[in-house]
Design a protein around this ligand. Structure first.
Ligand code: SF4
Ligand code: F3S
Length: 104
């Protein structure tokens, strides 16, 4: 599966939503997550994210993000249509440790 990681927080560009063939993105206040049980591993969303927030969970150190995507995709609403990114999305791009600072 693929997972959404720290870089998405407060960037939330939502280009990923447009390309996912199985509509497996779920929307929180500050970020989206992928439902790992629904993701078919096609990989098309990864290069579409301007914040480089989407990664295959086979990469090292992503256990925490797999857990977070699994947990919140069960709680948050499904999103199938791209909305408007936050006004300061570009300013938030690339900031480190956003989870600790901004996740809510
Ligand atoms: Fe959707 Fe494919 Fe991305 Fe999985 S890898 S979230 S199926 S676009
Ligand atoms: Fe987030 Fe990138 Fe999608 S910033 S909302 S994972 S396009």
């Amino acid at each position: 599966t693929y997972v959404v990681t720290d870089n998405c927080i407060r960037c939330k560009y939502m280009d990923c939503v447009e390309v996912c063939p199985v509509d497996c993105f779920y929307e929180g206040e500050n970020m989206l997550v992928i439902n790992p049980n629904e993701c078919i591993d096609c990989g098309v969303c990864e290069p579409e994210c301007p914040a480089e927030a989407i990664l295959p969970d086979t990469e090292n150190g992503l256990e925490k993000w797999l857990e977070l995507n699994t947990k919140f995709s069960a709680e948050w609403p499904n999103i199938t249509v791209k909305g408007e990114a936050p006004a300061d999305a570009d300013d938030m791009k690339g900031i480190e440790n956003k989870f600790e600072q901004f996740f809510s």
